[in-house]
Design a protein around this ligand. Structure first.
Ligand SMILES: NC(=O)c1ccc[n+]([C@@H]2O[C@H](COP(=O)([O-])OP(=O)(O)OC[C@H]3O[C@@H](n4cnc5c(N)ncnc54)[C@H](OP(=O)(O)O)[C@@H]3O)[C@@H](O)[C@H]2O)c1
Length: 182
């Protein structure tokens, strides 16, 4: 019986590794009180974070919800040098972006390339079970907000990188990378 359980666990882990052969990374900035947005905007401005976001995501597909897409100023969207995959049941197909009507369609557009889930709240919640990395910018302050990062079971994740710093405007934040425990 114990041997059978061990074999089943092993097969499950192999299956997960196979599923995760493409890295799916969540990238998000979160305040100390778990806020990620207010009035469809990010409540802080940290140029260092924007720079890191660009560095990490450039060259990769980025998956986002329609509200996050529409929150990007028109002159900056679609995000350049990245395949922009927008989840929406309402938006019409447009040049330069891929509209996905569900999670599976969004993932199929990635063509198994390492990809980033870039928000917002709804999309983080839906993709969290499938993500194997979290790129978090922890903003060490509390903010008013109406959009939050979903609850996480931290036992599933291992911190593999952390760097704390202060923005040019004096806001303290940390870049943190977590990898899912297999
Ligand atoms: N701090 C950060 O790092 C960060 C990053 C990104 C965003 N944000 C913030 O997050 C907030 C927005 O989050 P949100 O949860 O309100 O909106 P969202 O996740 O950006 O978009 C939600 C929309 O996505 C579409 N959608 C969601 N699941 C879908 C599915 N399974 N199939 C098809 N379409 C689907 C629906 O669009 P339709 O209604 O068009 O069908 C839905 O209304 C904003 O405040 C934004 O500033 C923060």
């Amino acid at each position: 019986m114990i041997l059978l359980l061990k074999i089943i666990t092993h097969i499950q882990k192999l299956k997960e590794r196979w599923l995760f052969k493409m890295n799916l990374k969540i990238i998000v900035a979160i305040s100390e009180n778990n806020v990620i947005g207010i009035n469809n905007k990010i409540p802080w401005r940290i140029p260092e974070d924007m720079k890191r976001f660009k560095e990490l995501t450039t060259g990769h597909p980025v998956i986002m919800g329609s509200k996050t897409y529409l929150s990007i100023p028109e002159k900056f969207r679609p995000l350049p040098d990245r395949k922009n995959i927008i989840l929406s049941k309402k938006l019409e197909p447009q040049n330069g972006i891929y509209i996905a009507k569900n999670i599976e369609e969004a993932l199929s557009f990635t063509e198994n390339e390492d990809s980033f889930v870039i928000g917002g709240s709804q999309i983080y919640e839906e993709f969290l079970p499938r993500a194997n990395f979290l790129e978090i910018t922890k903003v060490h302050e509390t903010f008013d907000g109406d959009s939050f990062f979903p609850e996480i079971n931290w036992n599933d994740w291992k911190k593999i990188y952390e760097k704390r710093q202060k923005s040019e405007k004096g806001l303290e934040f940390s870049f943190q990378t977590f990898k899912r425990n297999l």
